[in-house]
Design a protein around this ligand. Structure first.
Ligand SMILES: [Cu+2]
Length: 123
């Protein structure tokens, strides 16, 4: 038979979880607010401007953009100088038709890395 956790223990755990969650929010690691190409959009190639805007300042020198091509190859996209601290910009060139994934991993002002993907299609 399983013993239930004492109520005090449960509420302590919940408080801990809540505090962890809240402090993470307050510290605001990078969340993608806006992207070009847009999520699941179709764009015209062969040259595609890339622009990602985050909710906080990101460290461009310690952030990376990769492009996963339809043939499965992974390419590093060179980052342009940051025009504003919450934006990363690049240019993908010579893209053929097909489904791509833009993979970002960024270092936010709170010192946390976060990553994500923007799938899009080139027509
Ligand atoms: Cu964070």
């Amino acid at each position: 038979m399983r013993r239930a956790l004492p109520k005090s223990r449960v509420s302590m755990l919940l408080t801990l979880l809540l505090l962890t969650g809240l402090s993470h929010l307050a510290w605001a690691h990078a969340i993608l607010m806006e992207s070009a190409p847009k999520l699941h959009s179709t764009v015209t190639g062969p040259d595609v401007p890339v622009r990602l805007r985050f909710n906080v300042r990101v460290d461009g020198s310690r952030s990376r953009l990769h492009l996963l091509a339809p043939d499965g190859s992974l390419h590093t996209l060179p980052l342009a100088k940051q025009s504003t601290p919450d934006v990363l910009q690049s240019q993908a060139t010579g893209l053929k038709r097909g489904a791509y994934k833009l993979r970002w991993s960024v270092l936010a002002s709170d010192g946390h890395m976060s990553r994500g993907e923007v799938p899009f299609t080139v027509k």
